[in-house]
Design a protein around this ligand. Structure first.
Ligand code: C6P
Length: 421
């Protein structure tokens, strides 16, 4: 399937009925139709995921990898089937390369504390980019303090893209790891990681990609990318909260010591010494989020049924439409307007603070995010306290964009701002 799914009818494009798969979108907020444009924070869940969670707790709940009883074995099978599903979803070579975590944040911390603490030494460089989410900055700062490694940062250009000339200059045999975001949560830029990963490999660096904002919007093939680690959260992919993924190449995961200790990650335990389970169990200490993991499979199945190429084509069309509509508002500036973007429009408006915009839009039932988006260094780079961010998902429609634009115009009226255009 590769045809865009929206059809032009007159001057309006008619969207498929994905909206109706999401029960929460039927409700009214403050008496108005809910216009949910905060999908970068978390996506809503389709009925099949909600029903999956209900079925898990109504029929299948038991602890996994422990019980000899039927229910435990059933729950174990469900859990393991999700691992196979994720493996296929990102085209990992084997399901052993998929570690379940609580989300992107935990996945990055796992790599920092297990790989980083054991591989980084004084003078090594950790190369980040100027558009990282705090969860791909702070863990590395903590590890840099402990190891004496140094953090270097690829600068962001005025048009919201990574400066590839500077990236090239920053790469050297001191670069131990490049940890970078695939799609920026704050401004939506899609980074050219297909080009950047081989450059990092050429200097022998390990590569981690933060795919939190990518996996719901485009196909990801980790073998094709040839990254060492790829991380994402289930809840931004129409799945439950509290479940995430760390993909790691088998040889590198296998070389890493456990990060958390406890049940289910051991081979043998005595008071003198313990030995550890092979990967991925070595990194899944304690009772995991079994329900969440099974829900992630339901979410991936949902996405696969539509097809990420179809979703991507549809969202690109909607993003272009939203972009043009927003630019018709005087005094509104889109950050990274010229950059290739996925799913996100981040903007500022003359005379109205982003937080005020967020509050006024909420009175119309329009949910956006306003603030620094956990990317404070990027806001500093642009000299702004924050932005207003509308982030799209497959269920958003042209009507949602119209509601957003009308509400922004209303905010201008309320503030007596006419804009500079
Ligand atoms: N961004 C946003 O509104 P967790 O919280 O672990 O699921 O994801 C953290 C994270 C890491 N990287 C990127 C690129 C992200 O966008 C996020 C989460 C949300 O933009 C909440 S701050």
């Amino acid at each position: 399937m590769n045809a865009p799914s929206a059809q032009m009818v007159g001057n309006k494009f008619v969207t498929p009925n994905w909206h109706s798969d999401f029960p929460i979108l039927k409700q009214k907020v403050r008496g108005r139709r809910l216009v949910y444009l905060d999908n970068g924070a978390t996506t809503q869940k389709p009925l099949c995921v909600i029903e999956n969670q209900n079925a898990y707790y109504s029929e299948h709940n038991a602890n996994i990898h422990r019980g000899v009883h039927w229910l435990s074995q059933y729950a174990t099978d469900l859990y393991d089937a999700s691992r196979d599903c994720v493996q296929k979803f990102i085209n990992a070579k084997s399901s052993d390369e998929i570690v379940f975590t609580s989300g992107t944040t935990q996945s990055i911390n796992l790599v920092a504390y297990s790989w980083g603490l054991n591989n980084l030494k004084k003078g090594d460089e950790i190369l980040l980019t100027g558009m990282e989410h705090h969860s791909n900055i702070v863990p590395w700062q903590l590890i840099a303090k402990k190891t004496g490694a140094l953090i270097k940062v690829v600068p962001v250009t005025d048009d919201g893209q990574l400066d590839l000339d500077e990236y090239k200059k920053l790469l050297s045999d001191r670069t131990a790891i490049v940890a970078m975001v695939h799609v920026s949560n704050a401004i939506g830029t899609v980074n050219p990681i297909e080009k950047m990963i081989p450059m990092a490999r050429a200097v022998g660096a390990t590569v981690l990609i933060d795919g939190a904002q990518a996996v719901a919007h485009m196909n990801v093939d980790v073998q094709h990318l040839d990254c060492d680690f790829y991380v994402f959260s289930g809840h931004k992919l129409y799945g439950p909260t509290g479940v995430g993924v760390l993909y790691g190449k088998h040889n590198i995961l296998d070389s890493m010591p456990p990060w958390l200790g406890g049940g289910d990650m051991i081979h043998t335990v005595s008071f003198e010494e313990s030995t550890y389970a092979p990967v991925p169990q070595r990194f899944e200490a304690g009772t995991p989020n079994i329900a969440g993991v099974t829900g992630l499979k339901a979410a991936i199945n949902y996405v696969n049924t539509i097809g990420l190429d179809v979703i991507q084509a549809y969202e690109e069309e909607l993003l272009t439409y939203a972009n043009n509509e927003l630019l018709s508002i005087p005094g509104l500036k889109i950050i990274a307007e010229a950059a290739p973007r996925a799913g996100i429009i981040s903007f500022v408006m003359d005379g109205i603070h982003p937080h005020d915009l967020g509050t006024i839009l909420d009175t119309d039932g329009v949910a956006i995010r306003a603030g620094h988006h956990c990317a404070m260094p990027l806001m500093t780079r642009f000299g702004i306290p924050g932005t207003a961010r509308a982030s799209l998902a497959l269920y958003n429609t042209q009507d949602d964009v119209i509601a957003l634009v009308n509400s922004l115009r209303k905010a201008q009226d309320l503030f007596g701002v006419t804009g500079s255009k």
